[in-house]
Design a protein around this ligand. Structure first.
Ligand SMILES: Cc1cc2nc3c(=O)[nH]c(=O)nc-3n(C[C@H](O)[C@H](O)[C@H](O)COP(=O)(O)OP(=O)(O)OC[C@H]3O[C@@H](n4cnc5c(N)ncnc54)[C@H](O)[C@@H]3O)c2cc1C
Length: 417
């Protein structure tokens, strides 16, 4: 990388802001394609805010296309054969990954920090890649409406990164999106989640599931070998009421839903300080590309947590963005990458993400039913419906995506440089 002091100026082809699953995947793909790439992450360590460990089966296939799956499976992980919705003790429906075509017939539960670290290590094997940890993007370098790079702070030192493209992969509260003044259309979502981590009780299994009872919905998400993340769905903005009733009342409610929690919860959960609330948002960013700018992952769209889609969507975006960026670079020659050359990425991905959001909204409506007649109908119809081809098609979309996603390996350098 060329550095001309005293400005701390760096010139690259692409600056990727945010080392989440989307940013790490795109940086790796670009680095491996010979593109001069800088990846910025504001945290010093990749052990950043907790962002779910579950990855859909499609992600296995994409990692395999990179030739990295075998290595990744050396990182401690769990295979997830299915996730299920349990309604008053009876399975309402199961999304069975183990019925998919092998070898991509399971979901992956894997801690994000070592996975992201692995991607950065692999990218660093290419001399055209630089990782800026502990570096926060603060401003866009703009000429007119087009973006020419970013200003960032690294350990109180200002740096300038000049580029042909800035990628905002900086999550749901994206600074890049805000700096570019791009609006988002937010959907109404009537729930919030309360989360806490809990040690697994010895010999007890905690499958990935949503358990629905009259009192509410309990979610288990396995988190590493000895922990499980417990989620409790509450009506939006009612967390202060829950806190007011006290932690013992909360524990009692959860034990009514899941009596087995009696063995762990009273000894483990002592205060609401151990809990965090996830303000569930669902939204779509109105424009994903501009001259010199591209948004992906949560910066471009926020999916609801139903059926764990966010990680997979961000990685799918990265795969398609890589293809569009490489084609734009080849077609356009030099200069800031033009919106017209990047637009294919947005046109391809946006309807697919919208379809996933519709499927999630349908799941949420089904789960939230309170009317006794519809409840009865749900319990009768859902177990039958899960055996239909329509349901299987939906399962395939959840697991493998709604459109063709293939890594374009034709751009890869034949050797590491
Ligand atoms: C509690 C929780 C649980 C979830 N569980 C799951 C799950 O199990 N499965 C699933 O598929 N999805 C899950 N999701 C959603 C999923 O985590 C996101 O959809 C996914 O992380 C999006 O990836 P991303 O790369 O777009 O952004 P992120 O993973 O959010 O990464 C963005 C990165 O950008 C960095 N950043 C932000 N601003 C700046 C800046 N100005 N400069 C430099 N760096 C910056 C951040 O520190 C962060 O590392 C969960 C989300 C939450 C909140």
């Amino acid at each position: 990388m060329s550095k001309s002091t005293p400005l701390n100026r760096f010139d690259v082809d692409v600056v990727v802001v945010g080392a989440g699953p989307g940013g790490c995947m795109l940086s790796y793909l670009l680095a491996r394609s010979g593109v001069k790439t800088a990846l910025l992450e504001r945290h010093n360590s990749l052990d950043r805010e907790f962002r779910g460990y579950f990855f859909q089966p499609l992600v296995l296939k994409l990692f395999d296309q990179l030739g990295l799956l075998e290595d990744i499976l050396r990182i401690p992980h769990e295979r997830v054969d299915m996730f299920k919705f349990v309604d008053h003790g009876k399975t309402l429906f199961e999304v069975r990954f183990d019925e998919l075509e092998p070898p991509y017939n399971y979901g992956l539960n894997i801690s994000q920090p070592p996975l992201l670290e692995y991607f950065i290590q692999q990218s660093s094997r290419f001399s055209n890649f630089t990782y800026f940890g502990g570096t926060t993007a603060k401003n866009l370098i703009k000429r007119g409406d087009s973006v020419h790079g970013i200003l960032a702070i690294n350990q109180e030192e200002e740096i300038e990164l000049h580029s042909r493209l800035v990628v905002g992969a900086d999550g749901r509260y994206s600074t890049i999106r805000k700096l570019a003044d791009i609006s988002q259309t937010m959907d109404k979502f009537e729930f919030d989640f309360v989360w806490f981590d809990m040690p697994k009780a010895l010999g007890k299994d905690y499958p990935l599931q949503i358990k629905i009872e009259d009192e509410g919905m309990l979610i288990y998400i396995p988190k590493g070998e000895d922990q499980v993340q417990v989620g409790w769905v509450i009506k939006k903005k009612t967390y202060p009421e829950l806190v007011k009733k006290g932690i013992d009342d909360f524990i009692r409610t959860l034990i009514v839903i899941e009596p087995d929690l009696q063995d762990v919860l009273p000894y483990h959960l002592k205060s609401f300080k151990q809990c965090s609330v996830l303000d569930i948002q669902v939204g779509m960013t109105d424009t994903w590309v501009r001259d010199g700018l591209l948004l992906l992952g949560d910066a471009a769209h926020i999916a609801s947590p139903f059926s764990g889609q966010g990680n997979s969507l961000a990685i799918q975006d990265a795969v398609i963005a890589h293809d569009s960026i490489m084609k734009a670079m080849t077609t356009q020659g030099s200069g800031v990458l033009q919106e017209s050359f990047l637009k294919n990425y947005e046109l391809y991905r946006k309807p697919a993400v919208a379809e996933i959001q519709r499927i999630q909204a349908m799941q949420a409506r089904l789960i939230a039913i309170k009317n006794p007649t519809f409840l009865g109908l749900r319990r009768t119809v859902a177990p039958v419906a899960r055996r239909t081809s329509l349901f299987k098609k939906m399962r395939d979309k959840i697991a493998m995506g709604v459109q063709k996603i293939e890594v374009n390996t034709s751009f890869f350098l034949s050797q590491e440089s």
